[in-house]
Design a protein around this ligand. Structure first.
Ligand SMILES: Nc1nc2c(ncn2[C@@H]2O[C@H](COP(=O)(O)OP(=O)(O)OP(=O)(O)O)[C@@H](O)[C@H]2O)c(=O)[nH]1
Ligand SMILES: [Mg+2]
Length: 528
């Protein structure tokens, strides 16, 4: 998980404030010292930490706050209406502790946003091994699953095997690809690839370039020539987070030679010192647009500073889930709901839901966005994701009759089970597990008839009805999201993330959460 350690130390520091009976300067000093320790531990530069401390001390003067202001909220909240009033009366610049931490990662500049119906040429640059080729494919995949027409151009003629690497990635991610095994001039390839994709009205054209192990003149010259030839709309610098604070100098060096419009920071998965990398890049004022959190195509997360800080502090990020679902048109699940309300839930429906989960990004990154579920160990996330993939392969080798029929067709027929598993190339145990995961889903659908949904399938708004709804969740899921109160809080977040469609998203989430939980459960059972 990204920066889990930093997140939990900051959250602990803030929790101390909440526990303190009275907030005075001494408590504030302790908070500042705790924050300093946490940030330095995550490799954030001393210079930036000193600046942050100075800002908090200078701008958060407890004695100057008007009477009646809730000091705890002032210290903690990202946006605090009460403090805004205080600011207006005192004519101070608004600052809270979390806002200060957020500003460490904020680059202020606005990044390029691709436009639909137009050819957006995006060129990737960066040092050798920073993750350019992997990230090109991840970004291509990101746009493809959102319905854009995507093409990849391989201009790396420097490293042997570069062509094959990108071609194979493109095939796996189902993205169009252009490259030339014979041509040695990267500029010619770039021109030809971009021209072809433009002619065919591709909307996202990604140009992968070669890297060098350090900032060499030959790398910069090649980069400049390609940029001059294809005139990219966006140039993305890819940097490896394991380089920590050094990234400030690296990003500056690239920006001197090409117009780096935005940055992607890779390899942030499980890297405790990523705070140094993110803050070093932000210090150059180039906006971070995505972060790489694993080697798979879906392990790319859109980067939004405030949402990111919320996420690492364990406050969840419902807004991103709702946005992702809308972008991928996963929020329109009327048909699914209608069927479930009639008590119908087939294996085909489960397969579609599992595919949706995988489209949303990695399992772990999605869990991180749900308050209360963001502390699962990495190992269990990976195992769950793998299990999900196995289930999909199994369901792919089923006939229509098996996918749409009663589960007893499979459950009571060992010969059928063997045939399906042979086709899928998995052990027979997996199908038994699949049946075990499926059954509670089907049971849940049967229960849905009794749930207090509105006329059009919407979630109840009335608190009593909401509480009733919470009782339909499995006990352990309910406990993890903080009981009835946690559930209601989550619902409200969905409602405010986007009224209307978000309610439906919540319903989808409910069934997904149940599925995840079942998987975690069967996993624990297997381990025993
Ligand atoms: N764990 C992890 N590994 C990553 C991530 N992004 C890239 N990698 C790995 O980093 C290694 C180098 O990635 P590439 O995409 O080949 O790097 P590159 O910048 O294209 O390298 P050159 O073409 O040689 O300049 C590969 O093993 C990738 O799988 C990430 O976000 N997390
Ligand atoms: Mg490469």
């Amino acid at each position: 998980m990204v920066l889990t350690e930093l997140g939990s130390s900051l959250a602990n520091a803030l929790a101390k404030i909440n526990r303190a009976p009275k907030i005075d300067d001494k408590i504030l000093q302790i908070l500042i010292a705790d924050i300093e320790r946490a940030l330095l531990g995550a490799d954030v530069s001393t210079k930036l930490v000193e600046k942050l401390k100075g800002n908090i001390r200078e701008k958060l003067r407890l004695s100057e706050l008007p009477a009646g202001v809730d000091v705890k909220r002032v210290i903690e909240k990202v946006e605090c209406a009460q403090y805004k009033v205080a600011i207006q009366t005192k004519k101070q610049k608004g600052i809270t502790v979390i806002k200060e931490i957020t500003s460490l990662l904020d680059s202020e500049r606005v990044a390029y946003v691709p436009r639909r119906g137009k050819s957006n040429v995006i060129m990737f640059v960066g040092l050798q091994g920073s993750g350019k080729t992997t990230t090109c494919t991840k970004l291509g995949y990101y746009y493809r699953v959102r319905g854009w027409k995507v093409g990849l151009v391989c201009c790396d003629t420097f490293r042997a095997g570069a062509f094959d690497q990108l071609e194979q990635n493109a095939i796996k991610a189902k993205i169009h690809f252009y490259g030339d095994r014979v041509e040695t001039d990267p500029v010619k390839i770039a021109l030809e690839g971009v021209k072809r994709f433009k002619e065919k009205k591709f909307e996202i054209i990604i140009v992968d370039t070669s890297g060098r192990h350090k900032q060499e003149e030959s790398l910069f010259e090649e980069m400049e020539m390609i940029a001059h030839a294809v005139k990219p709309d966006d140039t993305i610098l890819v940097v490896d987070s394991t380089n920590g604070q050094q990234l400030e100098a690296q990003a500056e060096a690239f920006r001197k030679r090409v117009d780096v419009a935005s940055v992607i920071v890779t390899k942030l998965d499980g890297h405790a010192k990523g705070g140094g990398a993110l803050s070093a890049v932000a210090a150059t004022k180039a906006p971070i647009v995505f972060i790489g959190v694993g080697e798979h195509f879906n392990e790319l997360q859109k980067f939004d500073t405030q949402r990111f800080v919320n996420r690492i502090l364990g406050r969840g990020d419902i807004a991103t889930i709702v946005e992702d679902m809308k972008e991928q048109k996963l929020d329109d699940q009327k048909e699914l709901l209608e069927k479930m309300k009639k008590g119908i839930f087939t294996l085909r429906m489960m397969r579609d839901q599992f595919q949706n989960i995988l489209k949303m990004g990695s399992f772990g990154s999605m869990m991180q966005m749900i308050p209360g579920l963001n502390n699962l160990p990495k190992e269990s996330e990976e195992a769950s994701q793998q299990r999900l993939q196995n289930f999909l392969v199994i369901m792919d080798s089923m006939t229509a009759e098996e996918l749409d029929g009663d589960i007893s067709l499979i459950e009571t027929n060992p010969a059928r089970q063997r045939r399906i598993c042979r086709g899928a190339g998995v052990h027979i145990n997996f199908i038994r597990e699949l049946v075990m995961v499926y059954k509670p889903f089907a049971g849940f659908a049967k229960n849905m008839k009794k749930m207090p949904f509105g006329k059009n399938g919407e979630m109840p708004k009335n608190p009593n009805q909401m509480a009733k709804m919470a009782n339909f969740l499995p006990e352990n899921v309910l406990r993890q999201i903080g009981g009835q109160a946690g559930f209601m809080n989550l619902m409200q977040k969905f409602q405010s993330a986007e009224a209307g469609t978000a309610l439906q998203s919540m319903q989808n989430m409910q069934s997904r959460m149940k599925g995840m939980q079942q998987m975690a459960k069967s996993q624990r059972r297997n381990r025993r």
